[in-house]
Design a protein around this ligand. Structure first.
Ligand SMILES: Nc1ncnc2c1ncn2[C@@H]1O[C@H](COP(=O)(O)OP(=O)(O)OP(=O)(O)O)[C@@H](O)[C@H]1O
Ligand SMILES: [Mg+2]
Length: 375
Protein backbone atom coordinates (compact mmCIF):
# COMPACT_ATOMS: atom_id res chain seq x y z
CA UNK A 1 0.00 0.00 0.00
CA UNK A 2 1.02 3.61 -0.24
CA UNK A 3 -0.07 7.09 0.71
CA UNK A 4 -0.98 9.02 -2.42
CA UNK A 5 -1.72 12.31 -0.73
CA UNK A 6 -1.21 13.90 2.66
CA UNK A 7 -2.92 17.07 3.72
CA UNK A 8 -2.37 18.81 7.06
CA UNK A 9 -4.13 21.70 8.73
CA UNK A 10 -2.80 23.10 11.99
CA UNK A 11 -0.78 19.97 12.61
CA UNK A 12 2.47 20.72 14.54
CA UNK A 13 4.34 23.52 12.72
CA UNK A 14 2.12 23.38 9.62
CA UNK A 15 -0.72 25.85 9.13
CA UNK A 16 -1.66 24.13 5.89
CA UNK A 17 0.24 21.85 3.58
CA UNK A 18 -0.61 19.54 0.70
CA UNK A 19 1.84 16.80 -0.18
CA UNK A 20 1.22 14.58 -3.21
CA UNK A 21 3.17 11.34 -2.94
CA UNK A 22 4.14 8.54 -5.29
CA UNK A 23 4.97 4.92 -4.61
CA UNK A 24 8.68 4.16 -4.33
CA UNK A 25 11.16 6.24 -2.40
CA UNK A 26 10.47 9.83 -1.33
CA UNK A 27 13.11 11.77 0.56
CA UNK A 28 12.26 14.83 2.64
CA UNK A 29 15.31 17.01 3.02
CA UNK A 30 15.75 20.27 4.89
CA UNK A 31 17.57 21.92 7.77
CA UNK A 32 16.87 21.01 11.40
CA UNK A 33 13.55 22.03 12.86
CA UNK A 34 11.82 22.66 9.52
CA UNK A 35 9.09 20.05 9.85
CA UNK A 36 10.40 16.84 8.28
CA UNK A 37 9.59 14.66 11.25
CA UNK A 38 6.27 16.46 11.68
CA UNK A 39 5.25 15.17 8.24
CA UNK A 40 6.07 11.54 8.85
CA UNK A 41 4.64 11.76 12.36
CA UNK A 42 1.30 12.72 10.77
CA UNK A 43 1.43 9.64 8.54
CA UNK A 44 2.28 7.50 11.54
CA UNK A 45 -0.70 9.01 13.36
CA UNK A 46 -3.11 7.94 10.64
CA UNK A 47 -1.71 4.46 10.99
CA UNK A 48 -1.66 4.06 14.79
CA UNK A 49 -3.74 6.97 16.15
CA UNK A 50 -0.71 7.90 18.19
CA UNK A 51 2.56 9.74 17.84
CA UNK A 52 5.94 8.09 18.08
CA UNK A 53 7.21 11.19 19.90
CA UNK A 54 4.59 12.13 22.47
CA UNK A 55 2.07 10.28 24.60
CA UNK A 56 -0.67 12.90 24.35
CA UNK A 57 -2.25 14.67 21.40
CA UNK A 58 -1.91 18.27 22.61
CA UNK A 59 1.58 18.89 21.12
CA UNK A 60 0.28 17.79 17.71
CA UNK A 61 -2.02 20.78 17.47
CA UNK A 62 -0.37 23.88 16.09
CA UNK A 63 0.30 26.47 18.76
CA UNK A 64 -2.72 28.74 19.04
CA UNK A 65 -5.03 26.49 17.00
CA UNK A 66 -7.95 24.53 18.39
CA UNK A 67 -7.69 21.39 16.37
CA UNK A 68 -5.48 19.68 13.87
CA UNK A 69 -6.73 17.90 10.80
CA UNK A 70 -4.82 15.13 9.03
CA UNK A 71 -6.16 13.81 5.73
CA UNK A 72 -4.57 11.09 3.75
CA UNK A 73 -5.56 9.04 0.77
CA UNK A 74 -4.33 5.50 1.06
CA UNK A 75 -4.02 3.24 -1.95
CA UNK A 76 -4.13 -0.46 -1.22
CA UNK A 77 -4.15 -2.79 -4.22
CA UNK A 78 -5.78 -0.22 -6.50
CA UNK A 79 -8.41 0.76 -3.92
CA UNK A 80 -8.23 4.29 -2.57
CA UNK A 81 -9.49 5.16 0.89
CA UNK A 82 -9.69 8.70 2.18
CA UNK A 83 -8.95 8.82 5.90
CA UNK A 84 -9.56 12.04 7.81
CA UNK A 85 -8.78 12.65 11.45
CA UNK A 86 -9.58 15.66 13.54
CA UNK A 87 -7.47 15.96 16.66
CA UNK A 88 -8.81 18.13 19.46
CA UNK A 89 -6.87 18.44 22.69
CA UNK A 90 -8.58 16.91 25.70
CA UNK A 91 -11.52 15.70 23.63
CA UNK A 92 -12.28 12.60 21.66
CA UNK A 93 -10.89 12.62 18.15
CA UNK A 94 -13.20 12.45 15.19
CA UNK A 95 -12.70 10.35 12.11
CA UNK A 96 -14.13 10.16 8.63
CA UNK A 97 -13.54 7.37 6.18
CA UNK A 98 -14.41 8.08 2.54
CA UNK A 99 -16.28 11.15 3.76
CA UNK A 100 -18.54 9.14 6.03
CA UNK A 101 -18.95 10.47 9.58
CA UNK A 102 -20.48 7.29 10.76
CA UNK A 103 -17.23 5.77 12.03
CA UNK A 104 -15.23 5.65 15.22
CA UNK A 105 -11.57 6.67 15.22
CA UNK A 106 -10.53 3.11 15.92
CA UNK A 107 -12.15 1.98 12.65
CA UNK A 108 -9.21 3.75 11.04
CA UNK A 109 -6.76 1.24 12.47
CA UNK A 110 -5.62 -1.21 9.82
CA UNK A 111 -6.42 1.05 6.85
CA UNK A 112 -2.86 2.34 6.64
CA UNK A 113 -0.09 0.07 7.81
CA UNK A 114 3.26 1.66 8.49
CA UNK A 115 6.53 0.79 10.09
CA UNK A 116 8.26 3.86 11.41
CA UNK A 117 11.85 3.97 12.57
CA UNK A 118 13.03 7.11 14.35
CA UNK A 119 15.83 8.13 16.72
CA UNK A 120 13.36 7.69 19.62
CA UNK A 121 13.52 3.96 18.92
CA UNK A 122 16.82 3.77 20.72
CA UNK A 123 14.64 3.49 23.80
CA UNK A 124 13.40 0.12 22.52
CA UNK A 125 16.81 -1.15 23.54
CA UNK A 126 17.88 1.24 26.28
CA UNK A 127 14.53 2.13 27.79
CA UNK A 128 12.17 0.61 30.34
CA UNK A 129 10.31 -2.67 29.76
CA UNK A 130 7.18 -0.64 28.97
CA UNK A 131 8.80 0.53 25.72
CA UNK A 132 9.32 -3.04 24.58
CA UNK A 133 5.83 -4.12 25.63
CA UNK A 134 4.43 -1.25 23.61
CA UNK A 135 6.53 -2.30 20.62
CA UNK A 136 5.01 -5.79 20.76
CA UNK A 137 1.47 -4.58 21.33
CA UNK A 138 1.59 -2.01 18.54
CA UNK A 139 2.87 -4.62 16.13
CA UNK A 140 0.12 -7.01 17.25
CA UNK A 141 -2.46 -4.32 16.64
CA UNK A 142 -1.02 -3.55 13.22
CA UNK A 143 -1.34 -7.21 12.27
CA UNK A 144 -4.76 -7.72 13.85
CA UNK A 145 -6.62 -4.44 14.59
CA UNK A 146 -9.13 -6.40 16.71
CA UNK A 147 -6.42 -6.72 19.35
CA UNK A 148 -6.64 -3.00 20.04
CA UNK A 149 -9.89 -3.90 21.80
CA UNK A 150 -8.22 -6.66 23.83
CA UNK A 151 -5.50 -4.22 24.92
CA UNK A 152 -8.13 -1.70 25.97
CA UNK A 153 -10.08 -4.35 27.87
CA UNK A 154 -6.97 -5.43 29.69
CA UNK A 155 -6.04 -1.86 30.64
CA UNK A 156 -9.55 -1.18 31.89
CA UNK A 157 -9.78 -4.37 33.96
CA UNK A 158 -6.30 -3.75 35.36
CA UNK A 159 -7.24 -0.25 36.44
CA UNK A 160 -10.40 -1.40 38.16
CA UNK A 161 -8.71 -4.34 39.82
CA UNK A 162 -5.92 -2.06 41.06
CA UNK A 163 -8.47 0.37 42.45
CA UNK A 164 -10.15 -2.47 44.34
CA UNK A 165 -6.82 -3.71 45.70
CA UNK A 166 -5.82 -0.23 46.72
CA UNK A 167 -9.05 0.30 48.65
CA UNK A 168 -8.55 -3.08 50.30
CA UNK A 169 -4.95 -2.26 51.22
CA UNK A 170 -6.01 1.04 52.77
CA UNK A 171 -8.85 -0.57 54.71
CA UNK A 172 -6.43 -3.23 55.92
CA UNK A 173 -4.02 -0.61 57.24
CA UNK A 174 -6.79 1.46 58.83
CA UNK A 175 -8.42 -1.60 60.37
CA UNK A 176 -5.25 -2.98 61.90
CA UNK A 177 -4.92 -5.92 59.51
CA UNK A 178 -8.59 -6.60 58.98
CA UNK A 179 -9.17 -6.41 55.25
CA UNK A 180 -12.05 -4.99 53.29
CA UNK A 181 -14.53 -7.12 51.43
CA UNK A 182 -12.68 -8.82 48.61
CA UNK A 183 -15.47 -11.04 47.37
CA UNK A 184 -15.56 -9.28 44.01
CA UNK A 185 -11.83 -9.75 43.51
CA UNK A 186 -12.29 -13.22 42.10
CA UNK A 187 -14.55 -11.90 39.39
CA UNK A 188 -11.85 -9.42 38.43
CA UNK A 189 -9.25 -12.20 38.47
CA UNK A 190 -11.28 -13.96 35.82
CA UNK A 191 -11.61 -10.84 33.65
CA UNK A 192 -7.94 -10.02 34.02
CA UNK A 193 -6.84 -13.55 33.23
CA UNK A 194 -9.05 -13.74 30.16
CA UNK A 195 -7.86 -10.53 28.50
CA UNK A 196 -4.33 -11.02 29.85
CA UNK A 197 -4.09 -14.56 28.49
CA UNK A 198 -5.11 -13.48 25.03
CA UNK A 199 -2.51 -10.71 25.02
CA UNK A 200 0.20 -12.98 26.43
CA UNK A 201 -0.44 -15.81 23.98
CA UNK A 202 -0.32 -13.43 21.02
CA UNK A 203 2.85 -11.79 22.31
CA UNK A 204 4.63 -15.12 22.81
CA UNK A 205 3.78 -16.18 19.27
CA UNK A 206 4.85 -12.82 17.91
CA UNK A 207 8.25 -13.05 19.58
CA UNK A 208 8.74 -16.48 17.99
CA UNK A 209 7.90 -15.06 14.59
CA UNK A 210 10.21 -12.07 15.06
CA UNK A 211 13.18 -14.07 16.29
CA UNK A 212 14.66 -15.19 12.93
CA UNK A 213 13.75 -11.92 11.22
CA UNK A 214 15.54 -9.80 13.83
CA UNK A 215 18.60 -12.05 13.65
CA UNK A 216 18.66 -11.74 9.88
CA UNK A 217 18.18 -7.98 9.84
CA UNK A 218 20.88 -7.47 12.48
CA UNK A 219 23.30 -9.65 10.53
CA UNK A 220 22.64 -7.62 7.40
CA UNK A 221 23.14 -4.31 9.19
CA UNK A 222 26.12 -5.39 11.28
CA UNK A 223 27.65 -8.52 9.77
CA UNK A 224 29.24 -10.78 12.38
CA UNK A 225 28.00 -8.59 15.22
CA UNK A 226 25.29 -10.86 16.59
CA UNK A 227 23.71 -13.15 17.38
CA UNK A 228 20.58 -11.48 18.67
CA UNK A 229 18.16 -13.29 20.93
CA UNK A 230 14.67 -12.21 21.96
CA UNK A 231 13.31 -13.67 25.19
CA UNK A 232 9.75 -13.19 26.36
CA UNK A 233 9.90 -13.14 30.15
CA UNK A 234 6.78 -13.72 32.13
CA UNK A 235 6.11 -11.79 35.34
CA UNK A 236 5.81 -15.09 37.19
CA UNK A 237 7.62 -18.45 37.29
CA UNK A 238 6.88 -21.20 34.83
CA UNK A 239 7.20 -22.16 31.20
CA UNK A 240 5.80 -19.83 28.55
CA UNK A 241 2.25 -20.75 27.59
CA UNK A 242 1.72 -22.64 24.33
CA UNK A 243 -1.89 -21.54 24.00
CA UNK A 244 -4.37 -18.98 25.21
CA UNK A 245 -6.05 -21.60 27.42
CA UNK A 246 -2.73 -22.44 29.05
CA UNK A 247 -1.96 -18.76 29.54
CA UNK A 248 -5.35 -18.32 31.20
CA UNK A 249 -4.81 -21.14 33.68
CA UNK A 250 -1.28 -19.95 34.47
CA UNK A 251 -2.37 -16.38 35.05
CA UNK A 252 -5.26 -17.41 37.30
CA UNK A 253 -2.91 -19.54 39.39
CA UNK A 254 -0.29 -16.83 39.51
CA UNK A 255 -2.88 -14.34 40.74
CA UNK A 256 -3.85 -16.70 43.51
CA UNK A 257 -0.23 -17.24 44.47
CA UNK A 258 0.42 -13.50 44.92
CA UNK A 259 -2.93 -12.70 46.50
CA UNK A 260 -1.44 -11.81 49.89
CA UNK A 261 1.24 -9.47 48.52
CA UNK A 262 -1.30 -7.86 46.21
CA UNK A 263 -3.71 -7.03 49.00
CA UNK A 264 -0.82 -5.67 51.07
CA UNK A 265 0.58 -3.52 48.30
CA UNK A 266 -2.68 -2.64 46.62
CA UNK A 267 -1.42 -3.49 43.15
CA UNK A 268 -1.72 -6.18 40.50
CA UNK A 269 1.66 -7.87 40.51
CA UNK A 270 1.43 -10.40 37.68
CA UNK A 271 0.18 -10.23 34.12
CA UNK A 272 1.29 -8.96 30.72
CA UNK A 273 1.65 -5.40 32.06
CA UNK A 274 4.64 -6.69 34.02
CA UNK A 275 6.15 -9.00 31.43
CA UNK A 276 9.37 -8.12 29.68
CA UNK A 277 10.88 -8.64 26.25
CA UNK A 278 14.52 -9.38 26.91
CA UNK A 279 16.94 -8.46 24.13
CA UNK A 280 20.29 -10.19 24.11
CA UNK A 281 23.30 -9.57 21.95
CA UNK A 282 25.69 -12.49 22.15
CA UNK A 283 25.86 -13.55 25.78
CA UNK A 284 24.90 -10.17 27.19
CA UNK A 285 21.69 -8.23 27.57
CA UNK A 286 21.61 -5.37 25.08
CA UNK A 287 20.30 -2.97 27.69
CA UNK A 288 23.14 -1.73 29.83
CA UNK A 289 25.83 -3.47 27.76
CA UNK A 290 25.45 -2.80 24.03
CA UNK A 291 27.33 0.14 22.53
CA UNK A 292 25.50 3.09 21.03
CA UNK A 293 25.99 1.75 17.49
CA UNK A 294 24.94 -1.75 18.49
CA UNK A 295 21.83 -0.46 20.25
CA UNK A 296 20.98 1.60 17.19
CA UNK A 297 21.37 -1.41 14.88
CA UNK A 298 19.31 -3.55 17.26
CA UNK A 299 16.46 -1.06 17.33
CA UNK A 300 16.56 -0.76 13.56
CA UNK A 301 16.62 -4.56 13.24
CA UNK A 302 13.45 -4.75 15.37
CA UNK A 303 11.71 -2.34 13.01
CA UNK A 304 12.96 -4.03 9.86
CA UNK A 305 11.80 -7.38 11.24
CA UNK A 306 8.37 -5.85 11.87
CA UNK A 307 8.37 -4.63 8.30
CA UNK A 308 9.19 -8.09 6.96
CA UNK A 309 6.53 -9.67 9.13
CA UNK A 310 3.81 -7.28 7.95
CA UNK A 311 5.01 -7.73 4.41
CA UNK A 312 4.68 -11.49 4.72
CA UNK A 313 1.10 -11.03 5.98
CA UNK A 314 0.31 -9.37 2.64
CA UNK A 315 -0.50 -5.74 1.87
CA UNK A 316 2.92 -4.17 2.03
CA UNK A 317 3.25 -1.52 4.74
CA UNK A 318 4.71 1.92 4.19
CA UNK A 319 8.23 2.12 5.56
CA UNK A 320 9.24 5.38 7.22
CA UNK A 321 12.86 6.07 8.11
CA UNK A 322 13.21 9.28 10.06
CA UNK A 323 16.77 10.52 10.35
CA UNK A 324 18.43 7.11 10.27
CA UNK A 325 21.17 7.63 7.76
CA UNK A 326 23.13 10.27 9.64
CA UNK A 327 23.77 7.72 12.41
CA UNK A 328 25.16 5.00 10.15
CA UNK A 329 28.56 4.69 8.54
CA UNK A 330 28.76 4.55 4.74
CA UNK A 331 28.74 0.76 4.57
CA UNK A 332 25.73 0.31 6.84
CA UNK A 333 23.95 3.10 5.03
CA UNK A 334 24.30 1.29 1.70
CA UNK A 335 23.32 -2.01 3.28
CA UNK A 336 20.15 -0.52 4.69
CA UNK A 337 19.36 1.22 1.41
CA UNK A 338 19.70 -2.05 -0.44
CA UNK A 339 17.43 -3.81 2.05
CA UNK A 340 14.57 -1.36 1.70
CA UNK A 341 14.94 -0.02 -1.84
CA UNK A 342 12.35 -2.44 -3.24
CA UNK A 343 9.57 -1.46 -0.82
CA UNK A 344 6.28 -0.27 -2.25
CA UNK A 345 6.65 3.07 -0.50
CA UNK A 346 9.61 4.23 1.53
CA UNK A 347 9.63 7.69 3.09
CA UNK A 348 12.92 9.00 4.42
CA UNK A 349 13.96 12.22 6.08
CA UNK A 350 17.43 13.72 6.23
CA UNK A 351 18.87 17.09 7.15
CA UNK A 352 21.67 16.78 4.60
CA UNK A 353 20.98 15.62 1.01
CA UNK A 354 24.20 13.60 0.88
CA UNK A 355 22.99 11.46 3.79
CA UNK A 356 20.41 9.82 1.54
CA UNK A 357 22.15 6.85 -0.11
CA UNK A 358 22.33 6.69 -3.91
CA UNK A 359 20.38 3.43 -3.98
CA UNK A 360 17.41 5.37 -2.62
CA UNK A 361 16.96 7.58 -5.65
CA UNK A 362 13.41 8.70 -5.96
CA UNK A 363 11.32 11.77 -5.39
CA UNK A 364 12.92 14.59 -3.42
CA UNK A 365 11.10 17.19 -1.40
CA UNK A 366 12.56 20.32 0.13
CA UNK A 367 11.12 21.03 3.56
CA UNK A 368 11.60 24.58 4.85
CA UNK A 369 9.68 27.52 6.21
CA UNK A 370 6.42 25.63 6.64
CA UNK A 371 6.35 24.51 2.99
CA UNK A 372 7.03 21.17 1.34
CA UNK A 373 8.11 21.46 -2.29
CA UNK A 374 8.72 18.65 -4.68
CA UNK A 375 12.02 19.17 -6.47
N1 LIG B 1 2.34 22.16 18.19
C1 LIG B 1 3.25 22.88 17.55
N2 LIG B 1 2.96 24.16 17.14
C2 LIG B 1 3.87 24.89 16.48
N3 LIG B 1 5.11 24.46 16.17
C3 LIG B 1 5.45 23.23 16.55
C4 LIG B 1 4.55 22.37 17.25
N4 LIG B 1 5.17 21.21 17.49
C5 LIG B 1 6.41 21.32 16.98
N5 LIG B 1 6.59 22.53 16.41
C6 LIG B 1 7.80 23.00 15.76
O1 LIG B 1 8.19 22.12 14.74
C7 LIG B 1 9.61 22.12 14.64
C8 LIG B 1 10.13 20.71 14.66
O2 LIG B 1 9.79 20.08 13.50
P1 LIG B 1 10.41 18.67 13.15
O3 LIG B 1 10.62 17.88 14.37
O4 LIG B 1 9.55 18.10 12.09
O5 LIG B 1 11.82 19.10 12.57
P2 LIG B 1 12.78 18.29 11.62
O6 LIG B 1 12.74 18.94 10.27
O7 LIG B 1 12.47 16.86 11.67
O8 LIG B 1 14.19 18.61 12.27
P3 LIG B 1 15.47 17.67 12.59
O9 LIG B 1 16.28 17.66 11.32
O10 LIG B 1 16.17 18.40 13.67
O11 LIG B 1 14.97 16.34 12.99
C9 LIG B 1 10.16 22.84 15.82
O12 LIG B 1 10.67 24.09 15.42
C10 LIG B 1 8.97 23.01 16.73
O13 LIG B 1 9.01 24.20 17.45
MG1 LIG C 1 13.38 15.27 12.58
Amino acid sequence: MHVAHLSLADFRSYARVEVPLDPGVSAFVGPNGQGKTNLVEAIGYVSTLGSHRVATDAPLIRLGAERAVVRSSVVDRARTTLVELEITAGKANRARINRSDNVRPKDVLGLLRTVLFAPEDLSLVKGDPGERRRFLDELLTARAPRLAGVRQDYERVLKQRNALLKTAAMARRAGGGKGADLSTLEVWDGHLARAGAELTAFRVRLVDALQPLVAQAYEQLAPGGGPTLLEYRSSFEGALPASREEAYQQLLEALQAVRKQETERGLTLVGPHRDELGLKLGELPAKGYASHGESWSYALALRLASYELLRADGGEPVLILDDVFAELDARRRDQLAELVAGGEQVLVTAAVPDDVPKALRGARYAVAGGAVDRL
